[in-house]
Design a protein around this ligand. Structure first.
Ligand code: GTP
Ligand code: MG
Length: 390
């Protein structure tokens, strides 16, 4: 099996402070107590320190805790989340069906154009309208149409069904760069920060991901960085309880401080993946965006090289606005990946083409519902088939 099961040896004296920090929050997160914790090695023997000749007994004892060397990341093996965590073929079929159902409107608009059609200007015009209506945006639409005209010419296509297949090929080529697997085991803990506008699906996606990661034998710790709403903490705590995962939370206060403590706790417990939830915010709320930047900086102070992933969760139903969100959050934070949710609703799907053309940030996962198995890795082929009725 995967060699990333390997645990670091070496003593953990420097970890006790982080564990104490976690213990101080236990009132807020009783489930943290219940979570399995690796036994912490005893601290080094107490060394009595003489307090000068004048000092009378009793001698005050001080515990000297030497900082331990950092674990060597190079010793870890990496592993990709491929093939998709879905093992059961039936469940996979049902997931694809949900994706197709979600994108049915766009798919019927696009595929309807090719039925009994002639390859002429009308066809291209209808395609242009359907692509624009699918949220693909002007740039991606023009790019696809120009490439299609070129392909029809160079390959001398005469059958509208061949043109449809050519469009599928172009769409797959456009979306392919967005396909990327989440690499695990690059660091311990691998720290992921999750951001997005209100209600995009951040907390739900974290809960689902926690479950998937566990199926890859990854230990997980969650940080409730949304310190503004009690309900937000509770929502994350419920996911934690359901998956037997520790949640680090505070009743109020600075999100950066909670997440800093959580990184410490994750290091102390030799957790594989730590995910930090954050409160929803609009990119136009400048002070809240600054707060996110601070969270990212502070994570870097808690662990060199962290956060390893900065993910933006976007609701596919927000149309072209989702592209604006991607650009703004990327400018502010430097995104490493996206999670696109709610493709089961009234989403039109073309937004991924717009992202691919204008801000190609990898789409790690797409969501087609509220259940754990509804979040799956993004595949350009599957998505193009769903859009073009393949
Ligand atoms: N249909 C559907 N619903 C989803 C999906 N992902 C999330 N949801 C729902 O969207 C709603 C909002 O999800 P949350 O996870 O609370 O969103 P959030 O981004 O954490 O929200 P805030 O913390 O308020 O900013 C919940 O009712 C979820 O169940 C999805 O892929 N499909
Ligand atoms: Mg939330």
């Amino acid at each position: 099996m995967f060699s990333f099961f390997k645990r670091f040896k070496g003593s953990k004296e420097s970890d006790t402070a982080a564990d104490e920090s976690l213990a101080a929050q236990d009132g807020a997160t009783p489930e943290a107590e219940a979570a399995p914790v690796e036994p912490v090695a005893p601290v080094q023997p107490v060394q009595p320190v003489e307090r000068g000749a004048a000092a009378a007994p009793p001698v005050v004892a001080t515990t000297i805790i030497e900082p331990q060397p950092e674990p060597q990341d190079a010793a870890l093996d990496t592993v990709e989340i491929v093939p998709p965590p879905m093992q059961d073929a039936g469940a996979k079929r049902s997931w694809l069906t949900r994706l197709k159902t979600g994108l049915a409107k766009t798919s019927s608009n696009l595929t309807g154009i090719f039925v009994g059609a002639k390859i002429d200007e009308d066809l291209y015009e209808e395609l242009e309208t359907a692509l624009l209506m699918s949220d693909a945006g002007v740039e991606a639409t023009e790019f696809l149409l120009e490439s299609l005209r070129e392909k029809v010419r160079s390959e001398r296509l005469t059958d509208p069904q061949q043109v449809k297949i050519a469009l599928r090929t172009l769409l797959v080529e456009l979306l392919k760069p967005l396909e990327k697997s989440l690499m695990l085991g690059r660091a311990q803990p691998l720290v992921m920060m999750i951001a997005g506008v209100n209600g995009a699906g951040k907390t739900t996606s974290i809960g689902k991901l926690a479950k998937h990661l566990q199926s890859f034998d990854q230990s997980v710790l969650l940080a409730a960085g949304d310190t503004f709403r009690a309900a937000a903490r509770e929502q994350l705590a419920i996911w934690g309880q359901r998956n037997n995962v520790t949640v680090v939370a505070q009743e109020s206060g600075d999100p950066a401080a909670v997440i800093f403590d959580a990184v410490g706790a994750a290091r102390a417990r030799k957790i594989d993946v730590m995910m930090a939830d954050t409160a929803g915010r609009l990119p136009t709320q400048l002070h809240l965006m600054e707060e996110l930047r601070k969270v990212k900086r502070v994570i870097g102070k808690a662990q060199d090289g962290a956060p390893h992933e900065v993910l933006l969760v976007i609701d596919a139903n927000t149309g072209q606005n989702a592209l604006t969100q991607v650009k703004s959050f990327d400018d502010a934070l430097g995104l490493t990946g996206l999670i696109v949710t709610k493709l089961d609703g009234t989403a039109k799907g073309g937004i991924l083409a717009a992202i691919a053309r204008q801000r190609p940030i990898p789409v790690y996962f797409i969501g087609v519902g509220e259940k754990v198995e509804d979040l799956q890795p993004f595949s350009a082929e599957e998505f193009s088939d769903a859009l073009l009725g393949g």
